[in-house]
Write a protein that binds this ligand. Structure first.
Ligand SMILES: [Fe+2]
Length: 285
């Protein structure tokens, strides 16, 4: 310990985590120490730069509260959240994507075919699909939490003067494994850029926009939970999502549709937009 040098410090510090009772904790801390030291050495960090980094993290903590989580945002814009998704996604299931900060537990129930528009402004859309097992078998009784932003670009939880839920629901697939709802076309929106993460985006010439999307969190007994998003293929930011959440398989077309019977069944004007997308769940284990 007395002979700590640039050559030995990583090994010396790594040895201190070997006493961790939890093998996984030991593994993660060893990797963390090794890579942190490597960053400092490779970039030849100055004291001033290190202080800036520490102050950046301090500011991220200061601006965080119950409804603002700057560290998750930092993880998102550096692609860490998406890397966690990619590392953990099942091969035989639909691709996963970021949960985002606007999920609310226990949203209100909506029957299959239900209406989330409730008279609000926006382009009416019918969204439907089937939840399937990897062999294509439909899965009745799958639970979908669905949420998105409104025509003004805001999620309900962002609107200070709004009481109650908007454009979010929990739907249980019918006996054919289907989900179906009417909604308004989601809008692109910016991640919060008035904090240190916004400084980072500006310093690197990046914009804070996310392409329009609908969030899905899908679960079913015996299957791995799927957290994902469905993106609008016509959105101008679909190829430059600020948080790297887009996957080719999650980009859906909004097709102009003129089916008068279907429109009447759902109280939609004609023509209306329609999105059809199936999701696949991987069995557990
Ligand atoms: Fe979102």
């Amino acid at each position: 310990m007395r002979s700590v040098s640039l050559d030995t410090i990583t090994e010396v510090v790594t040895k201190t985590v070997e006493g961790a009772g939890d093998a996984r904790l030991k593994e993660i801390l060893s990797v963390l120490v090794r890579h942190l030291h490597q960053i400092v050495e490779e970039a030849r960090l100055t004291h001033q730069e290190w202080e800036y980094a520490v102050n950046f993290l301090w500011r991220a903590g200061q601006i965080s509260d119950d409804s603002r989580q700057e560290f998750i945002l930092l993880s998102d814009v550096l692609g860490v959240s998406s890397t966690v998704d990619l590392v953990n996604s099942a091969n035989n299931a639909s691709e996963s994507s970021v949960l985002g900060p606007f999920y609310v537990t226990d949203p209100p129930g909506l029957p299959v075919g239900g209406d989330m528009i409730q008279g609000q402004p926006g382009q009416p859309v019918l969204v439907e699909g089937v939840i399937r097992a990897p062999d294509g078998t439909p899965l009745p009784g799958a639970v979908l939490d669905i949420w998105q932003n409104a025509d003004n670009g805001l999620y309900d939880v962002q609107e200070a003067d709004r009481d109650g839920y908007n454009l979010r629901c929990r739907m249980i697939t019918d006996d054919r494994g289907a989900y179906r709802f009417t909604t308004v076309r989601a809008k692109p929106y910016t991640v919060p850029d008035d904090g240190p993460v916004g400084d980072l985006l500006r310093a690197t010439g990046r914009h804070p926009w996310r392409p329009a999307h609908i969030h899905f969190r899908i679960s079913k007994d015996g299957y791995r939970e799927l957290i994902t998003e469905l993106f609008d293929s016509e959105d101008r930011y679909v190829d430059e999502d600020a948080v790297f959440g887009v996957r080719e398989s999650l980009v859906a077309d909004y097709t102009l549709t003129n089916d008068a019977d279907e429109a009447a069944r759902h109280g939609l004007p004609t023509p209306y937009l329609k999105v059809v997308h199936d999701f696949m769940l991987a069995p557990k284990g």
